[in-house]
Ligand binder design. Structure first.
Ligand code: GAP
Length: 473
């Protein structure tokens, strides 16, 4: 019998749900993917891997600002999953695991996509990604040919070998999801962390999938990071917990700046469900190319724990002392992608508006209206010029702020251009040191990225002023 402690706390549902078959057309968007890719390259946020050698398909590098953005996404996720909760603990497991793990999970047998080859140019495609025309015909996107080989199941897991021999006994897989370690380690983590069901295990880490057609920038890549949490519950309470986690995850995206009108929850149709799932919903985001999955939230039942018990011979059931009862827990899994989330946050933050110039005109400006907790740089410190009188005070202000927030000191170029640069990378505040600061009042000008409003703030009040406006930064 479920008791109140087995059930989720009360919550208010604010999310929008659509049908499994909902139209995926994105409609008019504020920004194109080309603009985002260009901005990311120009500002060193994200760019092609191994670019000097011509790049590698499906692999991208996160430069200084992109790495910080990704870190901030992970910190925000861990804050909500771990820091603010008592019922979730962390795991950092190996990427390489015993090969039997992937037999038990079903990945060796079934983690496949349908691969077809164009009979003319021999390009290979994922069959379900080829868009049919109105007559239902599909064409090779490379050469326009209509003839393809029959679809064949292509396993997405990357193979490698442990040790010096490259034979099947030494073969292991690069994990295609972080989830399995949380099932395999379930009993050990539960015992040593003294958690009682319901509780969760959360993990952030790299996963690898040999996608047939990586595409849409960092949306579908071959190496990516996941933020997954396996929440173990008493069977019978699983549907309530599934609803609860859908709501929690929706709120997280909205709290961190995604506009609710660009988000929706789409339940999977029965024929779309993974082999382990009783029910799954996707949190979908309106990317410029289509409504697409940002995160999957699945009710994985007791499938994984049962399979690992069977394959390893270890009992992975749970003894509920309060009810003197043993059962195999059900699992609710919110599984998000760091790269995909970062892309959604970038797309949603992109704005163009008009800003006054020093000469009294207006010019177009681009800004990333990122949530401050996600912004790579929180405060830019800008001396009005490189004048010797200004530099020591500007450096002093930068040193004062550095222990509290991530700053960037920038003295290169006209002040207007430096504001534009900071707007474009999403810096919430610019602090300017001018001649009045050093000659008259020891006050700086603090400029707000979104409103472009300016306040004069005394240097000795600056840390408090910014702390109020940049909580959790
Ligand atoms: N453990 C369940 C699982 O892995 P999934 O829907 O395959 O479920 C979860 O993956 C999330 O991981 C996706 O919603 C997406 O954000 C991210 N993801 C999956 N494949 C990806 C890829 N090839 N490139 C970028 N992100 C990916």
């Amino acid at each position: 019998m479920a008791t109140p402690t087995d059930l989720p706390p009360e919550f208010t549902q604010t999310h929008t749900v659509v049908d499994a078959e909902a139209d995926t057309t994105a409609g008019p968007h504020d920004v194109t993917m080309e603009t985002i890719v260009e901005l990311c390259k120009r500002r060193g946020i994200i760019f092609q891997s191994s670019e000097i050698y011509g790049g590698l398909r499906g692999a991208w590098d996160f430069g200084p600002l992109g790495a910080a953005l990704k870190d901030n996404v992970k910190v925000a996720w861990k804050r909500s999953m771990l820091q603010l909760r008592d019922d979730v603990v962390q795991l950092d497991a190996s990427i390489l695991m015993h090969p039997r793990v992937w037999e038990a999970s079903g990945h060796v047998e079934g983690f496949t996509d349908p691969l077809v080859e164009c009979t003319n140019c021999n390009q290979r495609w994922r069959a379900d990604h080829l868009e049919p025309n109105k007559a239902g015909e599909i064409f090779c996107p490379n050469c326009g040919n209509k003839e393809f080989t029959d679809p064949k199941a292509f396993n997405l897991m990357f193979k490698t070998f442990v040790g010096p021999t490259e034979d099947t006994s030494a073969q292991v897989w690069m994990r295609p999801e972080t989830a399995q370690a949380m099932f395999v380690d379930f009993a050990h983590v539960q015992l040593t962390s003294r958690q009682k069901i319901p509780f969760g295990i959360a993990q952030v880490g790299k996963s690898f999938r040999n996608e047939i057609t990586p595409r849409n920038f960092i949306f579908r890549v071959r190496e990516f990071e996941q933020m997954e949490m396996e929440f173990f519950v008493r069977p019978g309470t699983d549907e309530r917990w599934h609803d609860y986690w859908i709501s929690q995850r929706w709120d997280w995206y909205v709290e961190h700046g995604l506009r609710p009108e660009n988000l929706r929850i789409r339940p999977h149709a029965t024929d779309e469900l993974s082999h382990y799932a009783k029910a799954t919903v996707d949190v979908e985001y309106r990317f410029p190319f289509a409504w697409s999955e940002l995160e999957g939230i699945a009710n994985r039942t007791d499938f994984d724990l049962r399979r690992h018990s069977e394959f390893s011979g270890r009992d992975l059931s749970y003894f509920d002392q309060a009810n003197d009862e043993r059962y195999v827990p059900y699992v609710i899994e919110p599984a998000a992608g760091v790269d995909r989330s970062a892309l959604a946050f970038l797309v949603d933050a992109y704005r163009e508006d008009e800003a006054p110039t020093a000469g009294g005109k207006v010019e177009r400006r681009t800004l990333l209206k990122l949530h401050p907790s996600l912004a790579p740089i929180k405060v830019a410190v800008l001396p009005l010029s490189r004048n010797d009188k200004l530099v020591p005070t500007a450096r002093e202000v930068n040193d004062l702020l550095k222990p509290n927030v991530v700053t960037q000191y920038d003295d290169a170029g006209a002040i207007g251009r430096r504001y534009r640069r900071q707007d474009e990378i999403g810096t919430p505040y610019c602090v300017t040191v001018d001649f009045e600061t050093v000659e008259e009042d020891r006050k700086v000008t603090v400029r707000d990225r979104d409103s472009m409003g300016q306040d004069r703030v005394a240097i000795d009040q600056l840390v408090g002023y910014l702390a109020e406006r940049l909580p959790r930064c």
